[in-house]
Design a protein around this ligand. Sequence first.
Ligand code: G3H
Ligand code: 13P
Ligand code: ZN
Length: 320
Amino acid sequence: MTSYKDLGLVNSREIFAKAVKGGYAIPAFNFNNMEQMQAIIQACVETKSPVILQVSSGARKYANQTLLRYMAQGAVEYAKELGYNIPIVLHLDHGDSFELCKSCIEYGFSSVMIDGSHLPYDENVALTKKVVEYAHQYDVTVEGELGVLAGVEDDVKAESHTYTRPEEVEDFVKKTGVDSLAISIGTSHGAYKFKPGQKPEIRLDILHEIEKRIPGFPIVLHGSSSVPQDIVAEINHYGGALKDSIGIPEDQLREASKSAVCKINIDSDGRLAMTAAVRKVFIEKPEEFDPRKYLGPARDKLKELYKHKVVNVLGSDNKA
Ligand code: G3H
Ligand code: 13P
Ligand code: ZN
């Protein structure tokens, strides 16, 4: 058993409490390789922002559980070397079983999500409660989810949103003991969040209704990539084929960050940024075959994107 505390990581309790009070949100950036991790840490050290390093079950399989443990420890040391000891959380994204959450905790995660959002309400409560009881023994924080996002969540695909029902949140939080709650208010995973012609809008009215029921309780937004159109255009300019990809407008996320939304999940925008940079090198310098010559620019573009998110969207700069 590796305790996250020995790796220099923190759980999410204190940084969420500060974020809710301060009217900003902590970035939760997904990663599964070294360049992504470097970009996240460089961006958050330079902006002095707390950060959540987020790992999906697919990413854990891809990167390997043991390597991830050392990468997270490396991230803490790397941040110090870069000159600022920012709070770093290692978080399991969309945990789908008690066993996976338990295993992540044993491998040094400081926070886990148990996503029972596809289950009937009572089963979601029972599973989430079981994970909370286990995790809290080790001072690991737990995120639960109520409501279903449209789109693909790991292997589960929902055609349309099932918005979180504000009348359920108080009971869910009380019965499960979770530390934060992911809600469904119109965000969704991936790069195709709205259909062409649809107005890209999230339901801030539902968010405010939820906040009234559980004042000050940490709220999480998944599926919060904005799918920057300049990056999409760059990908397509360099031979890509992304059609009708639309994300969440950044001003709406900025608005949500000012409320009890204290964690915003961004993965797809990072994937797009890396892809654009790699494609550019492949087209402009077809003679290159040193991975550093395309992964380096990809890392730089990622870092630039993350700094923009921290400063202009989440408002978590200078909060470390
Ligand atoms: O919510 C999903 C995240 O974007 C992770 O995606 O399961 O492909 O790693 P993944
Ligand atoms: P995006 O696909 O919008 O980046 O969402 C990521 C996410 O919610 C990870 O859990
Ligand atoms: Zn998600």
